[in-house]
Design a protein around this ligand. Structure first.
Ligand code: SF4
Ligand code: SF4
Length: 95
């Protein structure tokens, strides 16, 4: 399942997408993110799923543009820690 967390406003689309079919619940994104954006636990979109999965915390969903800003200083930004940490390549950002 493709799970999108974030929002859209006049400045653009600010979503983190997690491909839950690829996510193995390893928790590497939790360790890599300096802002505690990710949580690993019961899938909020699929309560019947037995395995833990990563999702974006409720607290962060409405402010991702600001939370992630330090990781994205400009267009030539370095690879994002969360994307780099996820070996199955389950994480992507819309901006
Ligand atoms: S690093 Fe990737 S595979 Fe591991 S919990 Fe996070 S999203 Fe899932
Ligand atoms: S871009 Fe930075 S702050 Fe945003 S989720 Fe990834 S590691 Fe965390």
């Amino acid at each position: 399942m493709i799970a999108n967390y974030g929002y859209k406003d006049g400045a653009g689309d600010f979503f983190i997408t997690i491909d839950t079919d690829k996510c193995d619940g390893c928790g590497d994104c939790v360790s890599a993110c300096p802002e505690n954006v990710f949580v690993v636990g019961e899938d909020p979109n699929d309560p019947l799923r037995d395995e833990p999965v990563a999702f974006v915390s409720d607290e962060q969903r409405k402010k991702l543009k600001y939370t992630c800003n330090p990781c994205k200083p400009d267009r030539n930004r370095p690879p994002l820690p969360c994307v780099e940490a996820c070996k199955p390549r389950a994480i992507s950002h819309s901006w």
